[in-house]
Write a protein that binds this ligand. Sequence first.
Ligand SMILES: Nc1ncnc2c1ncn2[C@@H]1O[C@H](COP(=O)(O)OP(=O)(O)O)[C@@H](O)[C@H]1O
Ligand SMILES: [Mg+2]
Length: 295
Amino acid sequence: MRVRRKQKKERVLCRLPLIEFADFSFKYLGAETLALRRISLKVESGEYLVLTGPSGCGKTTLCRAINGLVPQFHRGYIAGNVYVDGKDTRDYSVAQLAPIAGLVFQEPENQLVTLNVEREIAFGPENLGVDPNEVRRRVEDLIEMLDLEHLRDKHPHEMSGGEQQRVAIAATLALKPKILVADEPTSNLDPRSAETILELISDLNRNDLTVVLVEHRLDLVSKDASRVILMDKGSIVADGEPREVLTMDLCQEIGVGIPKATHLYKRLKGRGLNLNSVPLTGAELAALVQEVKQN
Ligand SMILES: Nc1ncnc2c1ncn2[C@@H]1O[C@H](COP(=O)(O)OP(=O)(O)O)[C@@H](O)[C@H]1O
Ligand SMILES: [Mg+2]
């Protein structure tokens, strides 16, 4: 009897979302319009959420609300609440929330504060008072995991944009966050570095890190994402599995670039050719067309 009660309690605890926006609205101080409008969103542990939408629709503000920069650093009008790992972000400082939700920005150089890679990775945990041996362990693990050995003693300014972004991700992961929030981490990178960073983010998610990624290159990320969220004018206008959201006409209406394969699928469907499922990549589309040919 006691065991059963315990199991029941654990099930209830497991259902607590890792991130919850409860009817949350935010307007920056001095701004005329809301940057976020009545956002309701629950993200479970282990999800890989891709957030997209036109410029100015509120993606960065939503990221800032997850790690507490909104409202702790960017002040303004607030209604509703954001809970991260059960904590109301109004009641915790950005430093207190950093070990739960780490934010990686668009411009890695703005995020790098020290003189070499080792120092950069150690900086966050040292400031939180983590034991020096543990800090050293984390630094070595991350240098290996993110393939940074050859950059170990380099100054951030001597690195490429892609290398800087890997260091910024390592420095964020050094706090062992439960959530990685990455706000357009590839927008200033060449296509190959961008792909490397996106593959790294997918790998981290496969290793149980919850990911919230703002990204326009949906052709590269949709296949790994568990969920795609479309935003427009401060609101969430679509939220679901990638194959469901990316076939909505709404994507084109608000100017979101869907993967080429999904676009072709929609055109074929418009001409009466029904494939068995929605492709997100060229390889998936080719396999589906092959199936039709064989039948
Ligand atoms: N620091 C700020 N102060 C005032 N207004 C801001 C600030 N940052 C963003 N905004 C405004 O909030 C709205 C949403 O912006 P943002 O979250 O940056 O959108 P996105 O990341 O989708 O481009 C826009 O109207 C933008 O001008
Ligand atoms: Mg932005």
